[in-house]
Design a protein around this ligand. Structure first.
Ligand code: NAP
Length: 270
């Protein structure tokens, strides 16, 4: 039994001519063999960069959590894209002729709880970032598993998934975490550390079932929130609770491209 019996797909394309050309080529080739664009996709193809995969995830994951994702990178190298643009014909042929292995990556669930009792939940494929909405210091109490851990003063915190560990989290000195590990990583943005104020001053990693609670110390609970590059302002936040989500995202892996090979290619060079 095929993983994609209905051959229902969606293609998400970065807004540039090159990516659009590859999208047309893939759509035409797969279309000849019965693949159709459908509102309930079994396979979502992201053409562009890792940013395009993040967009594809947010457009389709919540409504179709069973969909599998695959990426063609039209730039240099992607962490979410298994294929490079010069491999497009090989990619098409492989999709048409073979069954992929499904690989699942952990997600981070973050619930923003407001003083009025309302709750908003966000799922992140890369990370959720919380920061002050102004240039003033972001002051929060951080609790782990119901116990006080530290008071953070600085620019903000990044709560990253394993696959997001090569993105923003990496730029602020976080560790690289293999996506087979069910965990989240908390990294500090410009923490104030001196004789008066002290934070851990290191990223830390929580396993599945551990709970991170962040309590804003300013009265209005206003903050800037970023989820995988989507940015918004939240007001009246009383508590931010993050944990490794029950759900996982599924990638259609048609070929071997080990994570550590990607890390070496991206950060150390081929
Ligand atoms: P964007 O321009 O879409 O992405 C910024 C860069 O991050 C791009 O080069 C993108 O690669 C790369 N990237 C995205 N996810 C990655 C991953 N999992 N591993 C390695 N590189 C990754 O920026 P955006 O729309 O504002 O935000 C999207 C993501 O960018 C965020 O989730 C955040 O992780 C990252 N970001 C990083 C920094 C930083 O490092 N200082 C600052 C802001 C945002 P492609 O070119 O392949 O798309």
């Amino acid at each position: 039994m095929s993983l994609f019996p209905n051959k229902h797909m969606q293609i998400v394309v970065r807004d540039d001519d090159d990516s659009r050309r590859y999208a047309e080529r893939i759509q035409t080739a797969l279309g000849r063999y019965g693949w159709r664009t459908d509102p309930c996709p079994e396979l979502v193809i992201a053409i562009g960069g890792d940013g395009t995969m993040l967009e594809a995830f947010h457009r389709f994951y919540l409504r179709h959590p069973g969909a599998a994702f695959v990426g063609l990178h039209t730039g240099t190298l992607g962490f979410y894209a298994d294929w490079k643009k010069h491999e497009v014909d090989w990619m098409i042929e492989t999709i048409l002729k073979s069954e992929p292995k499904i690989v699942e990556y952990p997600l981070v669930s973050t619930v923003f709880e407001n003083a009025d009792g309302s709750r908003h939940r966000h799922l992140a494929l890369n990370e959720t970032i919380v920061k002050s909405s102004t240039l003033s210091t972001f002051v929060v109490d951080v609790w782990i598993n119901g116990e006080p851990f530290e008071t953070f003063r600085g620019d903000g915190l990044i709560i990253s998934t394993p696959s997001g560990s090569t993105a923003y989290s990496h730029s602020v000195g976080g560790s690289i975490v293999h996506p087979s590990i069910d965990a989240l990583q908390v990294s500090e943005l410009a923490a104030i550390n001196n004789v008066e104020f002290r934070t851990l001053n290191r990223s830390f990693i929580l396993p599945r079932h551990h709970i991170l609670d962040i309590y804003p110390m300013h009265k209005d609970g206003e903050m800037l929130v970023g989820v995988d590059g989507n940015v918004f302002i939240m007001r009246g936040v009383r508590r931010i609770q993050s944990f490794v989500a029950e759900e996982k995202v599924r990638f259609a892996r048609y070929r071997q491209f080990p994570f550590w090979q990607r890390v070496r290619a991206k950060f150390l060079g081929d």
